[in-house]
Design a protein around this ligand. Structure first.
Ligand code: MIG
Length: 801
């Protein structure tokens, strides 16, 4: 183990003084006397890449994380030097590179605030066992600095004072301090003096981050191989840092079909067919909306991927069709392990074509998983990914499966130390052959990518849907994800809340937890509280291990069923709002969930909050996270907030008690917001939407809102067939003006909007639409009025006294 305290004594090596400097367009190379070289690449005005070599030779540049669609280009670049530094200037940053030791310091170009400064900076140890280097970086923490992000770490939002490891790991029933778990996203955001920046350490080896744990004022990160290769991303707004990181590592390649944002029901396992039907019928009978039903490993024949159990599912195509007729999309699990069975076609093909991973000396990588002894496809080989993607033809094109769930792709192996492949396993790594030390953290990502390719091919012209457990930075381009095997406990409800926020902060918004907990069984109260949280997560699915009893919405008695229905119905009403937030995420990289610190970083109170978060742009949510609660205290960020249930207005910037009996939870709407709603449907597409309702919340002043729509599936929206409506609300003493600007070529099938006003402080007298004034008939007192207007209005003026 490498410890920073031992730095000076463990054979650490350091760069010496710079002897040459070279500029090649956007890349500046500094070479030191002892052959250490640093390349600084200006990616954008606010994004710099730092790449070091200890031999002054830079090997082939390859990254699974960085997308080819990343934006490049800057407005300004100038390099100068003085006695002590080279000085790189862009329109956003000034970066000093210290001539005597290659250390860097980065300043805000506008006001010269020091943003991020190397302490020891780059240093390394040679790795005798594996060759190459153990590469290290240390930076000085600035006064009051705090840290966020880093993927799925199940701990408090603010990472300060803690140390973490990135090594994708199957972690059944992990706890609040378990580290590492399923995902490796070596990206964090930092904040001090109201300014935020981020660091993405794009190195797939096992890496470690220390946020002022070992030394109070030092933040460091290092990896057990590979290059010191990191991106510095400046804000100063944290939301810009995250958006820029997401631009670099990729936004989802397409919008999700709207139904994927509905409610999903899962269990290990629903079988046989009659059991599946019993569950889906019950949803319809009890009128609890649900769009997706999952088949876990027992649907297969002896856990062989791409087969169906003849006993439990004799006619999958018919069943999937019958489920589809009821509005249920069937999603099946697919694991990486391929059973060693010479009569099994997938195994035969893999063997014949040399697609399975091998150990260093040639034998196959053999490991035990659900099917028994297995071989594992090398998903880091593009040929293997193509083959794998083609395996979905029958499942998707013929049988009609609508989504695939990739599990165990850490990769998990049973009954072995480390629960995964040994280090020596060989991988293609897209032609950059390497050992599992380098490929481990991206194995699951590449499996999900190959699965995505298959779904994309065979679902066409519909949109693909994949869900993965393991992930590295950039996996959000291909798939959604869940947080793995959690536990039915109140602590885990809190963990789920922070994990979903943290993943969103790490560029990966389409995430949710196993609602109610995977291991053990929740009581009705915990399940209800978890559903309340879960409907505000982009991916919304109940899942459980099944060996502790039932976990369907009706499993806890009528009272709980009613509460669960009420919240799933709220989810379905908010679908156009969530879809709009998703569109912002997919097009601009704006996270769907916003931790309070990302929402208002200038308010110090937000720096340590865990529970409250913003869903989309306008809705403040705080789950009730303890038993027997009739409410809770929560922090309201600055601004004014309407209580969703009572319309009472709360002034932000303070912590307050909020009542919340079991059938309710603290949900608040930002003043001035216009929240679009669809009618409740039992599944997406059940009803033709004939009107969209907007809840309009009065504000004295101005606020803008958006509604994004398209056909909810398919790819026409990419050709411009979408509809984006930008609204401005301007509230005055005796007047509200709403303006609308529409863009895009899509015309939704409905004709009208129903506007429901909340909190209007005057009696509405007159409503004029597009300047053609008319007296509204249904005038009701203060804010209780609603009007129906043509959806293409340009301006509405509501006046009163
Ligand atoms: O070793 O497929 O996280 O969601 O139900 C357990 C059975 C394998 C772990 C997944 C869980 C899934 C279960 N899987």
């Amino acid at each position: 183990m490498i410890l920073n305290t031992e730095l000076e004594y463990k054979g650490n090596l350091f760069p010496s003084k710079i002897i040459s400097y070279e500029k090649n367009r956007d890349t500046l190379t500094f070479t030191c006397e002892n052959n250490v070289a640093l390349q600084v690449t200006v990616i954008r005005d606010s994004v710099l890449r730092f790449r070091f070599s200890t031999t002054s030779i830079f090997e082939k540049d390859f990254s699974y994380a960085i997308t080819k669609y990343a934006s490049r280009g800057y407005n300004f670049l100038e390099v100068t030097e003085d006695d002590t530094n080279y000085i790189i200037k862009t329109s956003k940053l000034t970066c000093h590179i210290h001539k005597i030791d290659l250390r860097s310091a980065i300043y805000d170009a506008k006001d010269n605030t020091l943003i991020c400064e190397d302490e020891l900076g780059f240093h390394w140890e040679e790795s005798y066992h594996f060759g190459g280097d153990i590469v290290k970086m240390s930076k000085t923490a600035q006064e009051g600095e705090s840290y966020y992000g880093l993927g799925d770490k199940p701990t408090d939002n603010n990472l300060k004072g803690k140390r973490f490891e990135n090594w994708v790991t199957d972690s059944y029933a992990f706890g609040k301090h378990t580290d590492p778990i399923y995902k490796a996203i070596p990206f964090y955001t930092a904040l001090h003096h109201d300014k935020s920046y981020g660091i993405f350490f794009d190195n797939t080896f096992k890496s470690e981050f220390d946020f002022c744990q070992e030394r109070r004022n030092i933040t460091s990160f290092w990896a057990h191989g590979g290059d010191m290769n990191y991106y510095f991303i400046y804000g100063p707004q944290m939301s810009d840092v995250v958006a820029n990181y997401t631009d670099l590592t990729g936004k989802p390649h397409e919008m999700p079909a709207l139904w994927t944002l509905g409610y999903h029901q899962c269990k290990w396992s629903y079988y046989p067919e009659s059991k599946v039907k019993e569950i889906t019928s019950k949803f319809r009978e009890l009128q609890i909306p649900c769009d997706a039903i999952y088949l876990d490993i027992d649907y297969m024949e002896g856990f062989r991927c791409f087969t169906w159990s003849k006993e439990y599912f004799p006619e999958p195509k018919r069943m999937v069709k019958e489920l589809a007729d009821q509005g249920f999309k069937t999603i099946v699990i697919i694991d990486p392990g391929i059973k060693i069975d010479k009569d099994y076609w997938v195994f035969q093909e893999g063997l014949e074509n040399d697609y399975f991973c091998k150990r260093a000396d040639g034998p196959y990588m053999k490991g035990k998983v659900w099917p028994g002894e297995c071989y594992f496809p090398d998903f880091t080989n593009p040929k293997v990914r193509d083959w794998w993607s083609d395996l979905f033809k029958e499942l998707v094109e013929d049988i009609g499966v609508k989504g695939v769930w990739n599990d165990m792709n850490e990769p998990a192996v049973m009954d072995v130390p480390g629960k995964t492949f040994p280090d020596d396993v060989r991988h293609d790594y897209d032609g950059n052959r390497c050992s599992h030390r380098k490929a481990h953290n991206i194995y699951g990502m590449q499996m999900a990518r190959a699965t995505y390719q298959g779904l994309k091919k065979f679902s066409y012209p519909k949109r693909p849907f994949v869900i993965t457990r393991a992930a590295y930075a950039g996996t959000q381009r291909y798939t959604s994800s869940w947080t793995g095997d959690n536990v039915a406990s109140w602590e885990h409800l809190n963990i789920a809340n922070v994990q979903a926020q943290r993943m969103a902060m790490s560029g990966f918004s389409f995430v949710g937890s196993d609602i109610g907990g995977f291991a053990e069984q929740p009581n009705g109260e915990l399940y209800a509280r978890w559903i309340q949280l879960g409907v505000f997560h982009p991916f919304c699915r109940t899942h459980s291990s099944g060996d502790h009893g039932d976990q369907e919405p009706w499993a806890f008695g009528k009272n709980i069923t009613d509460i669960v229905r009420k919240f799933i119905e709220l989810r379905y009403q908010l679908l156009p709002y969530l879809y709009t937030a998703f569109w912002r995420y997919a097009s601009e990289g704006i996270p769907i969930l916003k931790s309070l610190v990302l929402f208002d970083q200038e308010d110090r109170h937000t720096h340590h909050r865990n529970d409250e978060f913003i869903f989309g742009e306008k809705i403040l949510v705080c789950p009730v996270n303890a038993p027997n609660s009739r409410g809770r205290r929560m922090y309201f960020p600055r601004g004014n907030w309407y209580n969703l249930w009572t319309d009472a207005l709360v002034e932000g910037g303070q912590e307050l008690w909020v009542d919340a009996d079991l059938d309710t939870m603290p949900i608040f709407i930002k003043e001035g917001a216009m929240i679009p709603k669809y009618p409740v449907q039992q599944y997406v597409g059940e009803k033709e939407i004939d009107e969209v309702t907007f809840d309009v919340y009065f504000k004295l002043g101005k606020e803008s809102s958006q509604l994004y729509e398209d056909a909810h599936d398919g790819f026409d929206y990419i050709k411009g067939r979408y509809s984006l409506r930008d609204f401005n609300l301007i509230g005055k003493d005796k007047e509200v003006i709403i303006q609308q600007y529409k863009s895009g070529k899509y015309d939704a099938p409905y004709q009208s909007f129903k506007l429901e006003f909340h909190g209007v402080p005057f009696k509405i007298e007159k409503v004029s639409i597009d300047k053609e004034g008319f007296v509204c008939e249904d005038i009701v007192l203060n804010g209780e009025t609603s009007i129906v207007v043509d959806k293409n209005f340009r301006e509405i003026r509501i006046t009163g006294k």
